[in-house]
Design a binder for this molecule. Structure first.
Ligand code: NAP
Length: 322
């Protein structure tokens, strides 16, 4: 039975990936921070089928210990301070967790499990204000946030570990991906949560910053399969994963409110103070390489993705009030 080790298993992607790998017959071990608790909410359905080991990507010793106890065949490094907005307020923490945390993981794998295949969670935010549209694996990075800069550093260190030390490191340059397990601080989830509250009569409006911001939004439950496919490919490489279509925040609002029969213009208020210090436009991915060489094609449409998140928030809020 192959053994996978996942950092960030308590996050959106980590929980979907753990489910996916269990379905493929893997033994799954995840790194958890002590603060995550014994029963992280995203792992509720699979908690008794995965092994959790305490550790922190800020602490190399804990990573060495976790890998020695696990001896994995595949390592999926997903742990990060992953919220772009917070990275402007906490750039040093973001650099340490998201940037240096990757250096520590690569170092630990090189020492303990050098034959393991390693997945690095790179990000479209590395493209920042892009120099070309759409973006593919050869598009230069121009990050516009501390998060994007930390991810670009981590990406370069991962490629360097591949080239200098011969580690089997695949980097997934994933564009935004969402789902009902998305953190509540992200704009997509803030919107679907607000739509549910408004529909149930618990709120009247939502305040947003930049309605024109556009992203290439896919489904997290789809994209974890691409991560796995990258590690099954014989050659370690960089891979863009995207839908190839972008939508604005306004379009996300329109779809989410329409799903419950409401007009978004009656409930959305704009507050310029909520805008990011520097935002980006024109992010949309060209995932031809992943489609042609990995056979990966996203399944979930934009409207189905939005609807699944609204439905989940409606069910959660209604259940909490029963
Ligand atoms: P997420 O939901 O924010 O999950 C982040 C995970 O990292 C959580 O499990 C968190 O643990 C863990 N973590 C944070 N700090 C840690 C530390 N110091 N030590 C150990 N673990 C720590 O993120 P996600 O959306 O699943 O994304 C997964 C990865 O893909 C991240 O690296 C993200 O930057 C990257 N990515 C995401 C997207 C996207 O659109 N979702 C796009 C491109 C790349 P706790 O539960 O304890 O907080």
């Amino acid at each position: 039975m192959p053994h996978a080790f996942i950092t960030g298993i308590t996050g959106q992607d980590g929980s979907h990936l753990a489910e996916f790998l269990l379905g493929k017959g893997y033994a799954v071990t995840g790194l958890v921070r002590r603060t995550s608790g014994e029963y992280p909410w995203r792992l509720v359905g699979i908690r008794d089928r995965v092994t959790l080991i305490e550790g922190d990507v800020l602490d190399l010793g804990s990573l060495l210990g976790a890998l020695e106890a696990t001896r994995p065949d595949e390592v999926y490094h997903l742990a990060a301070q992953s919220f772009v907005g917070a990275s402007f307020e906490q750039p040093e923490l973001t650099a340490n967790v998201t940037g240096l945390g990757t250096v520590r993981m690569l170092d630990a794998v090189r020492r303990v499990a050098p034959k393991a295949r390693f997945y690095q969670a790179s990000s479209s935010e590395m493209f920042g204000q892009p120099v070309a549209t759409p973006q593919d694996e050869s598009t230069p990075f121009r990050p516009r946030s501390p998060y994007g800069a930390a991810k670009a550093f981590a990406h370069h260190m991962a490629v360097n570990a591949r080239e200098a030390h011969g580690l089997h490191v695949a980097c997934g340059i994933l564009f935004n991906h969402e789902g009902p397990r998305r953190g509540i601080e992200f704009v997509t989830r803030r919107i679907t949560d607000a739509v549910a509250r408004i529909k149930l009569g618990r709120a009247r409006e939502i305040t947003l910053g930049n309605l024109e911001a556009r992203r290439d939004w896919g489904a997290a439950s789809d994209y974890v399969e691409a991560m796995w496919r990258m590690l099954q490919h014989p050659e370690p490489d960089d891979w863009v994963v995207a839908t190839g279509t972008s939508h604005s925040v306004a379009e996300w609002c329109e779809a989410a409110f329409a799903h419950v029969g409401l007009d978004w213009r009656d409930h959305v208020r704009v507050d310029p103070a909520r805008r990011r210090p520097s935002d980006i436009s024109g992010l949309v991915g060209d995932a031809s390489r992943a489609r042609e060489r990995l056979g990966f094609v996203p399944k979930t449409s934009f409207n189905d993705l939005v609807a699944s998140m609204v439905d989940a928030d409606l069910a959660r809020i209604a259940a909490a009030e029963r």
